[in-house]
Design a protein around this ligand. Structure first.
Ligand code: NAD
Ligand code: G6P
Ligand code: MN
Length: 442
């Protein structure tokens, strides 16, 4: 069986050890000959990589392992890039969240002004990695889950339309696992879904079990009462109190359209007043993650390094991330499995902009993806999506053209920003905070 060579871009990510363990667990169906880590922060990456090197040597010594900040070394002779970079790291996520809150506006990693600010930082970083991959391994595929995925995907559509990149998000995966659990079904893979929207902005319209039975009535009963909170996961992601709150709040999000099941991220658009009231402008999700996941993961790495062994270490497998192996296998082995991907619409949502990057089910095989048509969508969703996709497109145009005007328009059109005045105040402060990360806006 062919063995694959993988580069993890964002080697210093908090998710890297969990994803490495997940790759090892799936080794039988996806054999690996080489894993390389790539990052542009050598000090951060070294801690994760040295610990992973010890782990690999003790568990899978047959896998070649290296880590580097040199693009030629990182991207030569590879089959897949798994990309999870965070340009600006948590220090900048904290600013994305706290600056809008100063003006009474939702501060969130991927939604509203915070997400748009993050987008302006991410576009260049993701395009750079895509270019390295194409230069050194032109046949490789990039599986990208670097955020904000909606904006990054639109940027790659505009700037690298023929690149071998698949943009994917894990939120629907997690929510589908929860819905399967509500129905007493072992795996979400037994469900066949229809879904339409943008990334972090979508709805399930149909869900069937493996015999074609409609599961929506049963799922609706749960969501209407407790959101997704009836089926909290046993995995280690999305378990903090703030995530629980989001899963519970989904019941109020659902109330807007009881025909469909919403993505949890719609909370920020439908209930921004509630979200702001429940935010602490001095302590946001970035602080929670720095004190939680980041600390836990880096403490575990330092512990392995200082003891010189991974025996009894605190690394935890990121089990739900096995969708990444599913996706790599779909390409490598032409499995023609269904995935929700972020792809150019091209008519799959009939009554929506053909050029929009939409999140819809696709069939994935050796030659990439094919869309599954979702037909016409209701006015409510269409209206919301038109506004949101315009914000995303304007950010990408602002980045390409270096346009202050378009960035101000992007902030202004966002549903969670109350006025052009507030948009401008936030934008001006964000320009200052993002010097060196954003292109200069004129
Ligand atoms: P993190 O800050 O711990 O890790 C990101 C790493 O990327 C850091 O080590 C950083 O140095 C590196 N990096 C930054 N800019 C880079 C560049 N230009 N080139 C190479 N490396 C660079 O962040 P994290 O919390 O582990 O998250 C990583 C990413 O994964 C984020 O973008 C996050 O939003 C994303 N994510 C996405 C999903 C999804 O559903 N799509 C799920 C989870 C996480
Ligand atoms: C979900 C989303 C990701 C996002 C993550 C944030 O998984 O799909 O896109 O990055 O949540 O989680 P965090 O724990 O960093 O707040
Ligand atoms: Mn996501």
């Amino acid at each position: 069986m062919k063995k694959y060579s993988i580069t993890v871009a964002g080697g210093g990510s908090t998710f890297t050890p969990g994803i490495m363990l997940m790759l090892l667990e799936n080794y039988d169906r996806f054999p690996i000959r080489s894993i390389k880590f790539y990052d542009n922060d050598p000090d951060r990456q070294r801690i994760v990589a040295e610990a992973c090197a010890i782990y690999l040597k003790e568990h899978n010594p047959e896998i070649e392992f290296s880590y580097t900040t040199d693009p030629a070394a990182a991207f030569t002779d590879i089959d897949f890039v798994l990309a999870h970079i965070r340009v600006g790291k948590y220090a900048m996520r904290e600013k994305d969240e706290k600056i809008p809150l100063k003006y009474g506006v939702v501060g969130q990693e991927t939604c509203g002004p915070g997400g748009m600010a993050y987008g302006m930082r991410s576009i260049g970083g993701v395009i750079e990695i895509l270019d390295y991959m194409e230069k050194y391994s032109p046949d490789a595929w990039m599986l990208n889950y670097s955020n904000p995925a909606a904006i990054v995907a639109e940027a790659t559509r505009r700037l690298r339309p023929n690149s071998k990149i698949l943009n994917i998000c894990d939120m629907p995966i997690d929510l589908e696992e929860k819905m399967a659990k509500m129905c007493g079904i072992e795996s979400r893979k037994e469900m066949t879904v229809s879904y339409y929207g943008l990334n972090h902005f979508g709805w399930w319209s149909k869900i069937y079990d493996k015999d074609g039975q409609d599961l929506m009535p049963q799922i609706r009963e749960h969501i209407a009462v407790n959101g997704f909170a009836d089926a909290l996961s046993e995995t280690n992601q999305h378990v903090d109190e703030s995530w629980r709150e989001t899963f519970t709040k989904a019941k109020d999000v659902y109330a807007l359209d009881p025909e469909t099941i919403p993505n949890t991220y719609l909370k920020y658009y439908f209930y921004p007043d509630y979200v702001v009231e429940h935010s602490n402008p001095e302590y946001t999700r970035a602080n929670e993650v720095m004190a939680g996941r980041e600390k836990t993961v880096f403490d575990a790495c330092r512990d392995i390094i200082s003891r010189g062994t991974s025996k009894d270490c605190a690394f935890e497998i990121d089990a739900h991330a096995s969708y990444i192996v599913d996706l790599a296998c779909a390409i490598a082995k032409n499995t023609l499995e269904r995935f929700l991907l972020i792809v150019p619409n091209e008519g799959a949502i009939e009554n929506f902009d053909r050029t929009a990057m939409v999140e819809i089910p696709c069939i994935v095989g050796k030659n990439g993806y094919e869309r599954i048509v979702q037909g016409a969508i209701p006015q409510f969703q269409k209206g919301l999506m038109e506004q949101q996709v315009s914000a995303e497109k304007l950010v990408v145009e602002a980045w390409i053209e270096g346009s202050y005007q378009k960035m101000w328009q992007a902030f202004t059109i966002s549903k969670i920003v109350p006025s052009a005045k507030v948009a401008r105040l936030i934008l001006d402060e964000m320009i200052d905070a993002n010097r060196g990360y954003w292109p200069e806006l004129k």
